[in-house]
Design a protein around this ligand. Structure first.
Ligand SMILES: Cc1ncc(C[n+]2csc(CCOP(=O)(O)OP(=O)(O)O)c2C)c(N)n1
Ligand SMILES: [Mg+2]
Length: 431
């Protein structure tokens, strides 16, 4: 008979947990010199059909193309034409102009909510430009750059933000949670990470149907702590789904820093290794690197080479949303000190270094984009703004969910109508 386990002695060390704490809080001086950003152009570019287990360096290092000298270097340089680079620059300018105006609109009470993507433009604009227009995208709420790159009308975006009578979603979605089947843009969900298994499922269905379209999803680094993300990775790996999982590591999840999602322990791209996915870690403020990584993953998926998880290492330069005030939890110096700069400035300087652009043209483009956004705003305002009553009729909230309204919704609708008649006697209860 085995000896009994001896009783616990009191000389054993006390157990303790580690609770992550961000390095810098408001007022702190920021020093990012410990972040290893590697050298532009130094990362190898494996063949798109390579085995994921050969990609360890790509999951821990950083794919970079644009250097401090504003030139493109190394095997990841996508060698885009100056015209394509200028189109990218214009998409950037449009996203910035749009964000500025919508942010102000929220402060003026025209909408209840808005979210900027300042500093992260490359992760959506450049990535979207590397995909085919009919590849299905499952974004999060900070990828307005995809819609702009795909030519979605600004007026439609603003109608949605204002939840007015022109809003194609009939006010049923929170402002900025767009949806457009015509632009292969899946409805944005406020429930974090739900889009990741949906993208994998869509990609699997595309393959089952013998289609050629792939899927791509975007998710914040904080949201990768959700179970949905891990189910998505498992399904993607098991079935070799033609999907790209884009993780936007912008360092913050509202006021929680990336450490709470695991950033102190490893990189987000390194998650790929455990699942047997191809993993790439990319300078998210380098538009050329973002484009090249997305293109690599798209080529791989299209050739039935399997899924790729891409981490974009970037920084959320502004607040989480119009409801947030980051000065309460992080040092204002972080933005200035971010070692990878600003994606828009970097692309601009690259185009200038190529002799294909200048400050005058940039200023003219910025002005033109601001004017176009202003005109679209005026147009959308004719359909109403928050609180002006020009929304879709109240009754529409019960429609379109089922082909025929089921009895329990009929009952709720009748109750709602009655309550409105009591509250606002004499008024049309359904308007
Ligand atoms: C399931 C779920 N939990 C919490 C929230 C509240 N919430 C909305 S955004 C957010 C932060 C997400 O951060 P991250 O994934 O890093 O994306 P980022 O906002 O930085 O782009 C949280 C906690 C939510 N919408 N859904
Ligand atoms: Mg984040």
């Amino acid at each position: 008979m085995a000896d009994k386990q001896p009783p616990a002695g009191d000389n054993r060390p006390k157990l303790a947990l580690h609770v992550p704490e961000p390095k810098y809080r408001p007022g702190d001086a920021v020093d990012y010199s410990d972040i290893d950003i590697g050298e532009p152009g130094s990362m190898s570019r494996p063949d798109e059909t390579c085995s994921p287990d050969t990609m360890r360096d790509h999951a821990y290092g950083l794919v970079r193309v644009l250097g401090d000298d504003d030139n493109a270097a190394g095997p990841w340089d996508p060698r885009l034409s100056p015209d394509t680079l200028r189109t990218m620059m214009r998409n950037f300018a449009m996203v910035r102009a749009f964000d500025e105006r919508m942010f102000r609109g929220q402060r003026q009470g025209k909408t209840s909510f808005y979210m900027k993507c300042t500093g992260e433009e490359a992760t959506s604009v450049a990535a979207a430009m590397a995909l085919a227009a009919d590849d299905m995208v499952f974004p999060s709420y900070r990828q307005q750059g995809i819609l702009i790159a795909r030519g979605y009308p600004l007026v439609e975006m603003i109608n949605q933000i204002y939840s007015n009578k022109g809003d194609k979603l009939k006010g049923r979605q929170l402002p900025i949670m767009y949806s457009s089947r015509e632009h292969s843009f899946f409805s944005i969900s406020g429930n974090l990470a739900t889009q990741t298994p949906q993208a994998v499922g869509w990609a699997m269905a595309s393959a089952i149907k013998g289609d050629s379209r792939i899927a791509a999803t975007w998710v914040g680094e904080g949201s990768t702590a959700e179970g949905d993300f891990h189910s998505a990775c498992t399904f993607a790996a098991v079935y070799n789904a033609p999907v790209i999982l884009n993780v936007i590591n912008n360092q913050w999840a509202i006021s929680s820093f990336s450490g709470f999602a695991g950033a102190e322990r490893t990189t987000f791209a390194a998650r790929a290794l455990g699942y047997g996915l191809a993993g790439l870690r990319v300078d998210g403020n380098d538009a050329l690197a973002c484009y090249a990584a997305q293109q690599w993953a798209a080529n791989r998926a299209r050739a039935n080479g399997g899924p790729t998880l891409i981490e974009y290492f970037t920084y959320r330069a502004e607040g989480h949303s119009t409801s947030d005030d980051p000065s309460g939890y992080r040092s204002a110096q972080e933005r200035e000190e971010w070692p990878l700069g600003d994606p828009v400035m970097r692309l601009k300087k690259h185009l200038i270094a190529l002799g294909e652009w200048d400050e005058e043209r940039q200023e003219a483009m910025d002005r033109e984009c601001a004017e176009l956004v202003k005109a679209a705003t005026k147009e959308a305002e004719k359909n109403g703004i928050l609180g002006h009553g020009l929304h879709h009729p109240f009754r529409t909230m019960f429609q379109d969910v089922y082909e025929d309204i089921p009895w329990h919704l009929e009952e709720q609708a009748a109750q709602a109508k009655h309550e409105r008649e009591v509250k606002w006697p004499g008024e049309e209860p359904w308007s």
